[in-house]
Design a protein around this ligand. Structure first.
Ligand code: SF4
Ligand code: SF4
Length: 379
């Protein structure tokens, strides 16, 4: 009996002109696709009908407090950095109904409300965002009390990641060890090569059995050394273009000594406490819970919504808020992300996606603030 050389068949080269074959393979394996698409002037992550929904030829320009889509001078399908949309929305929704109660014949009846969407392929997830899924898995799935909403949405996923060759000015994934390459957790890893040339192609690599089943539905064209070299060059070029960084070895301990640094006053004078950074962050998971009763219909819903540590009420304990000032709230956010998250969950809470920099209306740059608040103050 001959055995199937599955490992040798787990990598192939897909011409970009045949990208429909990837969608066909995903469909044949029963994976509806969620991926990047252009909507309302930004890139969002939404259900895709096919390759024509991908943002072909679109890139982005991001900097502190600014984002805009731009036309690329090539036909890259994945020629952008961190999208405005976050995958978090598909795993940990901004609003979840935790339970619903109805009065039926005078007695309250509790209904199950956890959404179970079934199989979904997340196509186009970058290394940084894949790392964010690992962070949220640790918090929401592998803790002492797994979150049922997250667990239901996290089940039956196929993660089709794409190596990043087009970082934005706001990105700093190499500092955090999360990109631009595709790290752990992907089922399939894609690398888009030579967009805008006749050799425009994808290096396709299966990393799990589920991924292998999809890849084996494609034509099998073994990658050559020059394909692998081109992939290596793409990643090296991306790293070389990133200008922002965080000293991730030094910062966790340095922040612990910086609680009273005057730099917190400086950033607090600019911070609006709007919470945009936390809403856009792919790892933030704070929530609030409220009841939404409909007396006329005899229905009550207990609803969970995203919350932010920048809200005054978020730290409310009996008698008042523990963090009443913007200074205290900004410090809490930065210290948790970059220092105490390590104590709590064993990793950083930041994956270096840069969204908090791009989407801060005051243009506050966390990489600069971390340097400022850990600088020695002249005596
Ligand atoms: S803190 Fe900022 S850079 Fe880090 S993961 Fe969150 S949004 Fe991305
Ligand atoms: S750092 Fe920026 S985005 Fe975050 S709360 Fe302050 S002003 Fe808003």
């Amino acid at each position: 009996m001959t055995s199937t050389p599955t490992i040798a068949l787990a990598r192939t080269v897909l011409p970009a002109a045949r990208i429909d074959a990837l969608f066909d393979a995903l469909a044949a394996e029963g994976w509806p696709v969620i991926g990047p698409t252009v909507r309302d002037g930004v890139l969002v992550l939404a259900p895709l009908a096919g390759a024509t929904d991908l943002p072909r030829g679109w890139g982005d320009e991001q900097d502190a407090g600014s984002y805009r889509l731009v036309r690329r001078d090539d036909d890259a399908y994945f020629g952008y950095a961190a999208p405005a949309g976050t995958w978090k929305r598909h795993l940990f929704p901004a609003r979840s109904v935790l339970w619903r109660a109805r009065v039926i014949r005078g007695a309250p009846v509790i209904e199950e409300t956890v959404e179970r969407p079934g199989r979904r392929a997340l196509l186009g997830i970058r290394g940084c965002d894949l790392a964010a899924v690992r962070v949220q898995d640790r918090v929401l799935l592998h803790g002492a009390h797994p979150d049922p909403v997250y667990a239901a949405l996290r089940a039956d996923l196929l993660l089709v990641a794409v190596a990043c060759g087009t970082p934005a000015a706001t990105c700093f994934c190499p500092s955090m060890g999360t990109g631009p390459e595709v790290g752990d957790g992907a089922d399939v890893a894609l690398t888009e090569l030579d967009a805008g040339t006749p050799d425009h192609r994808f290096l396709v690599e299966a990393r799990t059995d589920a991924g292998r089943a999809v890849v084996l539905r494609l034509d099998q064209v073994p990658p050559t050394t020059s394909d692998d070299d081109a992939a290596t060059d793409l990643l090296a070029g991306a790293v070389a273009r990133m200008t922002r960084s965080v000293d991730a070895d030094r910062i966790p301990a340095a922040l612990k000594d910086a609680a009273e640094h005057p730099g917190w006053d400086d950033v607090a004078a600019r911070c609006l406490s709007c919470g945009s950074c936390t809403m856009m962050c792919p790892t933030c998971f704070c929530t609030d819970v409220r009841d939404e009763p409909d007396v006329l219909a005899g229905v009550d819903e207990r609803v969970r919504v995203w919350a932010s540590c920048f809200e005054l009420g978020h730290s409310y304990l009996h008698g008042g808020a523990v963090r009443p000032s913007p200074r205290a709230r900004y410090r809490q956010w930065a210290m948790h992300k970059f220092s105490t998250w390590h104590d709590q969950f064993g990793t950083s809470g930041c994956v270096g996606c840069g969204r908090c920099i791009t989407w801060c209306p005051a243009g506050i740059d966390i990489t600069a603030e971390l340097r400022a608040v850990t600088e020695e103050v002249p005596s």
